[in-house]
Design a protein around this ligand. Structure first.
Ligand code: CTP
Length: 400
């Protein structure tokens, strides 16, 4: 399967951001990137700039000597043709099947998936003609990355802004992997991520330091392996990949309900969330006023989501849990594996500078039901995510 990435730049002010998208993809290991520049695109970013960044001369002209028929060979086959940004004009050409320059001709010839990132003035974006063209493209199977709303170069506010480079790169990577077909294609994964927040009164809550970073890494790793990923998102600062379905929750009870409701369809369930073990027995309706006395809060235990899942689905679904510990990580991870009837527990050390909540790396141990343990002294959460996916994939092979 061809994995070639072709990025096309049409003539919108956001074209300058496309250089950042290419850099982001290169950072992620995609070295071979081809580019197409439309005439107007090259007014915003020059072929010299694009060529210097990719190390390849961009395609600009259908009739360029020495590159005859390249509008076909470039995109037959290809892993993805991504038009970033896509102007109202190029969307109209694509929707109408007009082939009067290199990009519009290559689009018609393309046998791989196509992504467009519309970016333009809000009124142009909302114009019935553009709305109609985007709807037509969606109908034709083109992936559309909706623009962000915000302050635009033309001085107006509204939808039309091209999303940040990281988000565009996420989408390109996801579509590319989908096209190639991953080992977990057709599998459904449910991930609970982040922390929970238990209200005391209308102003205060009990929460924890979970950022959701590990859950984000897992969502990405599972999705890039071809799985259909849904995330139940608790508290924390992480931004999850736009291509995963997301439901936001606050309390442990809400997380329990959201996970259980979505659990039936899932083949794999990952409890990466730091769920509160206790919640206030009563929530005060009015703000608690201070006084000189010490304050005693009465807390009641919350339900254990993973344990509930283990009781219901042991042997029927793959269940992955975490054990956040300040000591004896392997021992506690083994205990939790048995108690919660999970297939895999990721034990990780918390409360040290290079492992735990909000940190990029983790000191982890993967404990499996068959007794295998794998220790990772210091590993990025992204890499750990890939190891976890690898283990889960092997478990599925055994079940099959
Ligand atoms: N978990 C859960 N529901 C809870 C508490 C925890 O589903 N109410 C899950 C976590 O998402 C994690 C695993 O259980 O996958 C272990 O969580 P952890 O906080 O490490 O341990 P606890 O079971 O809460 O036990 P303790 O706090 O005593 O270590």
């Amino acid at each position: 399967m061809d994995q070639r990435i072709v990025i096309a730049i049409s003539g919108g002010i956001a074209a300058y951001k496309t250089v950042g998208v290419i850099r982001e993809l290169q950072k992620r290991g995609y070295g071979e990137i081809e580019t197409i520049l439309t005439d107007n695109g090259s007014r915003f970013v020059t072929p010299v700039t694009v060529g210097a960044i990719t190390g390849k001369v961009p395609y600009t002209d259908t009739f360029e000597s020495g590159r005859a028929l390249s509008h076909i060979s470039l995109v037959q086959p290809c892993g993805i043709l991504a038009v970033v940004p896509a102007t109202a004009n190029i969307l109209a050409k694509f929707a109408g099947g007009i082939a009067d320059d290199f990009l519009s001709t290559a689009y018609l010839a393309c046998t791989g998936p196509v992504l467009v990132a519309p970016s333009m003035n809000t009124e142009m974006y909302r114009h019935p003609a553009t709305v109609r063209n985007i709807a037509q493209l969606k109908d034709d199977g083109v992936h559309v990355l909706d623009p962000d709303a915000g302050y635009l170069a033309c001085g107006t506010e509204g939808p039309g802004r091209m999303p940040d480079a990281e988000i565009v790169a996420d989408m390109i990577e996801f579509i590319l992997h989908r096209h190639i077909g991953g080992p977990l294609s057709g599998r459904k994964v449910l991930i609970a991520s982040g922390g929970t927040s238990e209200p005391i009164d209308p102003v205060r809550t009990i929460t924890n330091r979970s950022s959701g970073r590990m859950g984000k890494a897992l969502a990405t790793a599972f999705a890039l392996a071809g799985a259909d990923v849904e995330i139940v998102v608790g508290t924390g600062s992480s931004r999850y990949p736009a291509y995963c379905r997301q439901t936001t929750v606050e309390t442990a009870l809400e997380m329990m309900n959201a996970v259980m409701e979505r659990s039936t369809d899932a083949d794999i369930i990952v409890m990466a969330a730091a769920v509160a073990d206790y919640t206030p027995e009563t929530v005060l309706q009015e703000k608690k006023k201070k006084n000189e006395d010490s304050l005693c809060l009465k807390l009641k235990p919350t339900a254990d989501i993973l344990k509930t899942l283990g009781t219901r689905y042991e042997g029927k679904k793959i269940l992955v849990g975490f054990a956040a510990e300040t000591a004896n990580v392997t021992e506690y991870a083994k205990q939790k594996l048995a108690e919660k009837k999970a297939d895999l527990i990721v034990g990780n050390l918390v409360g040290v500078p290079d492992s735990g909540f909000g940190v990029e790396t983790s000191r982890a141990v993967l404990v499996q039901k068959d007794g295998t343990t794998d220790t990772y002294e210091k590993i990025s959460k992204e890499k750990l995510g890939y190891h976890i996916v690898d283990k889960v994939q092997k478990m599925l092979e055994i079940i099959r």
